[in-house]
Design a protein around this ligand. Sequence first.
Ligand code: HEC
Ligand code: HEC
Ligand code: HEC
Ligand code: HEC
Ligand code: HEC
Length: 168
Amino acid sequence: MKQTGFFGRKELLFAAIILGLYGCNSTEKITQPIAYNHSIHVSEAGLYCTDCHVGAETKIQATLPSIKRCQTCHSEMQGESKEEAKVVEAVTNKEEIPWNRIYTLPEHVFFSHRRHVTSGKIPCSDCHGDVEKLTKPADHQLVPIQMKRCMNCHDQKSISNDCLTCHV
Ligand code: HEC
Ligand code: HEC
Ligand code: HEC
Ligand code: HEC
Ligand code: HEC
């Protein structure tokens, strides 16, 4: 009985992987609707990563911030930039900014932020690079998501590299 269940999952895994191969498009450059600046917010405004990516310590997904996170400071102009004016406009109209995702995984891979950030104590920069230094949005994954990278670290830290640890 156990065996049947296992092969059932494996077949699903390979079916999903084949679908994943067709969905792949990782060389495309990503642009954002507003030229957000990480450096100003982390170094000058003194915000923590988790003030905006509120799920990073406690949830599977780190999440991108809703407009509510911006409204505390941007209901009025703080400076004079055109990019900030777009944020003030979105706050005034209570509109979400349609950010584009840079880091995504195929459907058949499971990854949890809480597990890595809180239990594993891995810094954001190990997987995302020096985000706090960015003065404009990244247009690609600064640290590319690769199965090889996941597995190298798991090897070093003696975490399971069984296919079904990551593939669901
Ligand atoms: C004031 C809110 C805010 C703070 C603080 C903040 N970020 Fe962000 N972050 C954003 C916004 C908005 C985006 C989307 C625009 C962009 O990519 O620049 C983003 C995008 C990202 C992305 C790309 C995610 C994806 O797949 O699209 C990563 C990774 C990231 N931030 C990591 C960090 C880290 C690490 C820190 C702390 C050093 C941090 N952020 C601090 C607002 C914030
Ligand atoms: C061990 C590697 C690793 C670490 C550490 C890590 N991330 Fe991620 N991050 C990922 C992966 C992989 C994805 C893609 C996840 C997906 O598609 O479900 C991602 C996606 C994101 C995204 C896109 C939105 C989302 O909800 O998936 C943001 C924002 C982000 N990470 C921020 C952070 C911040 C902030 C930290 C530190 C507090 C952090 N990450 C730590 C690997 C990591
Ligand atoms: C704690 C206060 C605070 C929060 C919260 C905040 N910001 Fe800012 N933001 C600032 C400050 C301070 C500046 C610098 C203004 C200046 O001097 O030009 C700024 C500037 C900006 C600029 C102009 C960047 C540039 O290079 O000129 C943009 C765009 C921006 N913020 C977007 C956002 C977005 C989007 C959010 C919500 C996800 C957000 N901010 C949340 C304080 C904040
Ligand atoms: C820099 C090191 C590092 C990287 C990179 C990394 N991991 Fe991990 N991973 C860990 C550590 C450490 C743990 C154990 C955390 C704990 O103590 O719970 C873990 C645990 C896990 C678990 C839970 C394992 C279990 O036995 O329950 C999964 C699933 C996982 N990682 C998936 C991934 C995926 C998918 C990637 C790549 C996108 C990845 N990891 C990249 C270090 C890493
Ligand atoms: C530590 C996590 C982890 C483990 C363990 C793992 N994988 Fe992966 N695998 C990933 C991630 C993340 C991706 C997506 C990124 C990529 O293609 O490199 C992936 C992608 C793949 C792909 C390519 C599919 C595509 O969409 O391009 C195949 C095939 C695959 N894995 C098979 C396996 C097999 C077979 C095993 C067991 C020997 C295994 N994986 C173990 C994390 C893992």
